[in-house]
Design a protein around this ligand. Structure first.
Ligand SMILES: *[C@@H]1O[C@H](CO)[C@@H](O)[C@H](O)[C@H]1NC(C)=O
Length: 338
């Protein structure tokens, strides 16, 4: 690195996913389609949940919040990338880069927090079905969402302020398609020890903490499901968490994969390609996972008529109703055989 040239630079270059010019139209088309699917699919969920009173349950409120955050999340990276391909420029301003980093971090962390809150919601629904509506009251739901926003906003503010104190020298090429915290820190030519400390403790606390919470919720859920005697009851209780479990696994596995691979290889181009999965593919799949797995959501989206939702609410109000449905036929069967 050339010494003595540590004036503050005014712009960065986003190298994107590939340098080959013939791949640019393909990349543009692919990302534009994925972006449109993400916005449309997630918007549909937000509209379906807010327009139908039968979907006004904690689980669907959190799902709508997740969809909203997913739209914001991809909107911080993909439009800028498309614009750069279209104008054949790689430039992003210093302020633009810091802003993009701030919002990207904010929405990624919110995704993680909402997934954790949703795990807690499933835990209460299955382990404390009789008190579900009392525990998950609207005030607690709002509080959980609010606290998530505040914590995530504060942490990404801290991370961004930490980057502001770094100075960048001659190397101003970011081998990625958006300004990512880790890449920015690696690019700096001032001492980055403190930044790395803050970044890794941020990841530990704001991704590791929720992960432990999710694991704990699911360990309780699994032992509770084991206690259900009938196979059908087991299946029904489990089926209310399958969608959530799929989304969580997808998000954490890809996110972890990206961070481990970038820590192991230092080759940023491959980690940029890998991060496409959790920045674009995961938000794109969420609506499909939720609406395809969930008959009622599917029905709701297709017909968009109030009464068709009614069936699903019974399923989502927790295992109490599930158990009741199991028990009644059992009793009737016993009586008839006597
Ligand atoms: C997010 O969750 C809160 C609390 O449950 C709810 O009041 C709000 O409507 C949700 N937001 C969206 C966009 O659905």
């Amino acid at each position: 690195m050339a010494p003595g040239n540590d004036t503050q630079i005014s712009e960065f270059l986003l190298l994107g996913l590939s340098d080959e010019p013939e791949l640019q139209p393909l990349t543009f088309g692919l990302f534009l389609s994925m972006y449109l699917i993400i916005v449309f699919g997630n918007l549909l969920i937000v509209l379906a949940v807010s327009s139908d009173s039968h979907l006004h349950t904690p689980m669907y409120f959190f799902l709508a919040n997740l969809s909203f955050v997913d739209i914001c999340f991809t909107s911080t990276t993909v439009p800028k990338m498309l614009l750069n391909i279209q104008t054949q420029s790689k430039v992003i301003t210093y302020a633009g880069c810091i802003t993009q980093m701030y919002f990207f971090l904010l929405f990624v962390e919110l995704d993680i927090f909402l997934l954790t809150v949703m795990a807690y919601d499933r835990f209460v629904a299955i382990c404390h079905p009789l008190n579900y509506m009392v525990i998950m009251n609207p005030r607690l739901c709002e509080l959980l969402v609010l606290v998530s926003w505040i914590m995530c906003a504060l942490n990404s503010l801290l991370e961004s302020l930490m980057v502001l104190r770094l100075s960048f020298c001659t190397v101003r090429e970011i081998p990625h398609f958006f300004c990512e915290l880790n890449q920015m820190i690696q690019l700096a030519c001032s001492d980055t020890f403190l930044n790395n400390m803050v970044m890794y403790s941020g990841i530990m606390l704001l991704a590791g903490g929720p992960f432990v919470g999710i694991l704990y919720s699911y360990s309780k859920i699994v032992s509770s499901i084991r206690g259900i005697s009938s196979a059908q009851g087991k299946y029904k209780a489990f089926s209310t968490c399958v969608s959530h479990l799929s989304v969580v696994s997808l998000f954490y596995c890809t996110g972890l994969g990206v961070y481990l691979s970038s820590a192991a290889t230092q080759s940023s181009h491959s980690s940029a390609t890998a991060s496409v999965v959790y920045t674009v593919v995961t938000p794109m799949l969420n609506p499909f996972i939720y609406s395809l797995r969930n008959k009622d959501m599917k029905g709701a989206l297709m017909r968009r008529k109030g009464n068709t939702f009614a069936v699903l609410v019974g399923m989502q109000t927790g295992a109490a109703t599930l158990e009741n449905r199991m028990e009644v036929p059992q009793e009737i069967k016993n009586r008839t055989t006597q």
